[in-house]
Ligand binder design. Structure first.
Ligand SMILES: [Cu+2]
Length: 263
């Protein structure tokens, strides 16, 4: 036998290495500026995942380097290794630990998503039309005001973006809001965001959708509700019938296709 492993020492080394990696990785601002109520929650979730990943990495490295050092063959030793088979305790451990980590990560992510998507009392519904290679938007109210390439939303109000793809799969992403959701032909998907910082941002298509994919962007303006209302009232285009028809053919996860979601 190889003798007992110095479990306590290996565990201490793993914890120390986890702490060292986390101390470098966690303070890095991976996602940039945040501008929605979801941002701090998602950033925190990412940090928890970084610490968990650092732990797994550290554990593997400590065991690897211990084995390299401890069981190194002596010079001139050409003999075979000891024939060993199975180690129930080790196998139970390496099944149980990852299972617990993955279940925890899944459960925690579920909880965070649930909090983010909890419907507010008075959400605004905005229709988002994605097509190769442009974005356009429909606002509730009389005649469904419509804009191309520029999205305005009110500050501090939950917005339900109804995503409609006209041709291929696109994906709705404003990095500062963190939330990312696919627009899929044939179904209407919903992205829920509460912008909490005024300013100008960029909506980016984040699903490779063809030659013009990299240029598929739109300006996003988050502004106080009064300014938003004024802006919508000033729009004179309405959603083209073609787009309304295409929405009607979508399978709905929500029964209201074009939203009279208040204004
Ligand atoms: Cu794209």
């Amino acid at each position: 036998m190889y003798g007992r492993l110095p479990i306590a020492k290996m565990l201490a080394a793993t914890v120390a290495l986890t702490a060292a990696i986390s101390a470098v990785m966690v303070p890095i601002n991976w996602n940039g500026q945040g501008a929605s109520t979801a941002a701090p929650k998602i950033d925190h979730l990412l940090n928890v995942m970084i610490v968990l990943s650092a732990f797994v990495f550290a554990l593997v490295m400590v065991m690897l380097f211990y084995a390299l050092w401890k069981f190194k063959a002596k010079p001139g030793d050409e003999s075979d290794g000891e024939p060993i088979h199975g180690n129930t305790r080790l196998e139970v451990a390496w099944t149980l630990i990852p299972t617990v980590i993955v279940l925890f990560a899944g459960g925690y992510s579920w909880k965070v998503l649930d909090e983010i998507e909890k419907p507010a009392k008075d959400p605004l519904t905005v229709d988002v039309f994605a097509q190769q290679f442009a974005w356009s938007f429909g606002y509730p109210g009389k005649d469904f005001a419509y804009t191309q390439g520029e999205l305005h939303v009110p500050l501090d109000r939950q917005v339900h973006f109804k995503l409609h793809a006209q041709d291929v799969i696109h994906s709705f992403w404003v990095p500062e809001w963190r939330i990312k959701k696919d627009a899929v032909p044939g179904i209407t998907t919903t992205a829920i965001v509460t912008p909490d910082k005024p300013g100008t941002y960029q909506l980016i298509c984040t699903e490779l959708c063809g030659f013009g994919h990299t240029s598929m962007r739109a300006k996003v303006v988050v502004e106080p509700p009064a300014e938003f209302r004024k802006w919508v009232a000033g729009l004179d285009e309405k959603i083209p019938d073609l787009l309304i028809e295409s929405i009607k053919q979508d399978t709905e996860e929500d029964p209201i296709p074009v939203g009279p979601g208040g204004s």
